[in-house]
Design a protein around this ligand. Structure first.
Ligand SMILES: Nc1nc2c(c(=O)[nH]1)N[C@H]1C(S)=C(S)[C@@H](COP(=O)(O)OP(=O)(O)OC[C@H]3O[C@@H](n4cnc5c(N)ncnc54)[C@H](O)[C@@H]3O)O[C@H]1N2
Ligand code: MOO
Length: 412
C-alpha cells in the first residue's frame, strides 16, 4: 500500500459499496424499541387496513346518488333513520332516500358510499336537508385503502421512522425483527491529546474534541458506541486499545495519526488487526479537508482512520462514516440527505481534481438563504460551531461564483 495515492470521493464510495457486507445479525424486539432500527423482514398486511369503511368527518352517511343536483337553493331531503355509534359495528342498511348521522371515525352503514358534512345539512326533525352534492367516496376512508391483506407494507432494509412504527401498530404488530444494532468502536490517538474533562492542561496538550463529536454523530444516527482511553503514540498501547475495540465492536474508527508523520502508528496498528485481508484499501482521498483518510477491511470488518483535525474528522465521518455504517447495518438506501438551497455570498475558488467541502453559515434574506463561507483551518473547532452545513464543490469545478445557487448539506 502506497501512502497518499489519493482516490476520488466517488471511487471510495464505490469501494465501500463493494467491500462492505451488511450484517446478518437480527433480533426480535418490542415495537416500542424499534425507532431508527433497520427492518430485517418484509412486512405484509395481515388484514385489510383499515378493517372497515369509515367517515373522516362528522355528518350524514348517504348514497351519493341521493344528493345529485343538491344545492343551497335546491336541497335534497333525506329521511334520517338513526345514528352510527362510535366504535360499534352498524347492522342497519340504508335504503335509497335514507341517511344516518355518523361521527368522524364511525363505520359507514351498508347502502351508503359517502358522507355529507354537518355544515352542509340542516336537520328538520327526522328529515335532513342536504345543501350540497357529494361524490362517491367523498369524506370516507375505504376498507383496505391503507393496505390490502397481503400487500407489502414496508420492505426489509427500511429504517423505521415514527410513521413506519405507526403503520406496524395499525396491523397489531407487537414485536418486529430488525437488524442488530451495530456497535461502533471509537479510539482517539496522540500523545498531545488529553481527556476533555481535564480542567488545566499543560502547554502543548489539546483536549479530546473528536472523542465527543464522532461518538455523538454515531449515536445520533442510531448506533451504539464503545470507546477506550486515548491511545499513546506508542505501538503497544495503541495496538492493545485498538485490538480490544476491534474485537468487541462491529466497526473500528480511529482518529489521528492518519498522515505520514514518523510518530503515526495508525497504519501499522490497522494492519495488525484481524487477518488484514484485503487490508488498507484507501489511504488518501482527493478531498479537502480530510485528505489523509484511511479505509481498511480486515476479516470482514471495516476500519476507518479519520484525520485528527476536528473539522476534517467530523466532515469525513459525516460523509464516509455514515455511508459505511449504513451499508454495514443493511439499510436498503441511505436516508434522504438534509439539504438547503442557498445563494453564495462570494466567489470561492477550488482546485479541480479535488472535491472541496466548504463550511458555510446560512443567513435568511428576503425569503432565501445566503451561504456565507466560514473560512478557517480544519484544526479550528469554532469553524464548525459557526457553520450550519457544507457546500460541496465537485471535483471537476474550479469554484463557485458569487450569486450561484448551491445545495448545502446541513449538519444534522
Ligand atoms: N506531509 C504531510 N503532512 C500532512 C498532510 C500531508 O498531506 N502531508 N496532510 C495534512 C492534513 S490535510 C491533515 S488533516 C493532517 C491529519 O493528520 P493526522 O490524521 O495524522 O492527525 P494528527 O497529526 O494526529 O493530528 C492533527 C491535528 O489534530 C489534532 N487532533 C488530533 N486528534 C484530536 C482530537 N481527538 N481532538 C482534538 N484535536 C485532535 C492534533 O493535535 C493535531 O493538531 O495531517 C496534515 N499533515
Ligand atoms: O485537509 Mo486536512 O483534512 O487539512 O485538515
Amino acid at each position: 500500500m502506497k501512502f497518499f495515492r489519493v482516490q476520488s470521493v466517488e471511487n471510495v464510495m464505490r469501494l465501500m459499496e463493494t467491500e462492505i457486507q451488511p450484517t446478518t445479525k437480527v433480533e426480535e424486539i418490542p415495537l416500542q424499541a424499534c425507532l431508527h432500527r433497520i427492518l430485517a423482514e418484509d412486512v405484509t398486511a395481515t388484514e385489510d387496513v383499515p378493517s372497515f369503511t369509515r367517515s373522516v368527518v362528522d355528518g350524514y352517511a348517504v348514497n351519493s346518488k341521493d344528493t345529485f343536483g343538491a344545492s343551497e337553493t335546491l336541497p335534497a331531503f333525506l329521511d334520517c333513520i338513526g345514528e352510527v355509534k362510535m366504535g360499534k359495528s352498524i347492522e342497519r342498511s340504508l335504503e335509497r332516500g335514507q341517511t344516518m348521522y355518523i361521527p368522524t371515525g364511525g363505520m359507514l352503514p351498508q347502502g351508503s358510499d359517502s358522507v355529507v358534512m354537518i355544515e352542509d345539512c340542516e336537520a328538520m326533525e327526522d328529515v335532513i336537508n342536504v345543501y350540497r352534492t357529494v361524490a362517491r367516496n367523498e369524506n370516507i376512508i375505504s376498507r383496505g385503502e391503507d393496505a390490502r391483506l397481503g400487500d407489502l407494507l414496508i420492505p426489509k432494509g427500511k429504517r423505521l421512522r415514527p410513521q413506519e412504527l405507526g403503520a406496524l401498530a395499525s396491523l397489531g404488530k407487537t414485536s418486529v425483527t430488525v437488524k442488530k444494532q451495530l456497535t461502533v468502536g471509537y479510539l482517539s490517538s496522540g500523545d498531545e491529546i488529553v481527556p476533555f474533562q481535564e480542567k488545566v492542561i499543560p502547554v502543548g496538550k489539546v483536549r479530546d474534541v473528536n472523542g465527543i463529536t464522532i461518538p455523538s454523530l454515531a449515536e445520533g444516527w442510531g448506533f451504539k458506541v464503545k470507546t477506550a482511553s486515548i491511545a499513546r503514540d506508542e505501538f503497544d498501547d495503541f495496538y492493545e486499545k485498538a485490538k480490544s475495540l476491534y474485537e468487541e465492536c462491529d466497526v473500528l474508527v480511529i482518529s489521528g495519526g492518519s498522515s505520514v508523520g514518523t510518530r503515526d502508528y495508525t497504519t501499522e496498528v490497522i494492519e495488525s488487526l484481524g487477518d488484514n485481508e484485503p487490508g488498507i484499501l484507501v489511504h488518501g482521498i482527493s478531498i479537502k479537508p480530510g485528505k489523509p483518510t484511511i479505509f481498511s477491511m480486515s476479516s470482514g470488518k471495516p476500519i476507518l482512520g479519520l484525520p485528527g483535525h476536528p473539522a476534517s474528522a467530523m466532515i469525513i465521518f459525516q460523509l464516509f462514516g455514515k455511508k459505511l455504517l449504513s451499508l454495514l447495518q443493511g439499510e436498503a438506501k441511505e436516508g434522504v440527505k438534509h439539504t438547503a438551497t442557498a445563494v453564495v455570498s462570494q466567489n470561492i475558488p477550488s482546485a479541480p481534481g479535488r472535491t472541496d467541502f466548504i463550511r458555510v453559515k446560512l443567513q435568511e434574506e428576503n425569503g432565501q438563504y445566503i451561504a456565507i463561507p466560514v473560512l478557517g483551518k480544519s484544526g479550528l473547532v469554532k469553524t464548525l460551531v459557526d457553520s450550519d452545513g457544507l457546500l460541496e464543490i465537485a471535483e471537476h469545478k474550479e469554484g463557485v461564483n458569487k450569486g450561484d445557487s448551491v445545495t448545502v448539506h446541513l449538519f444534522s
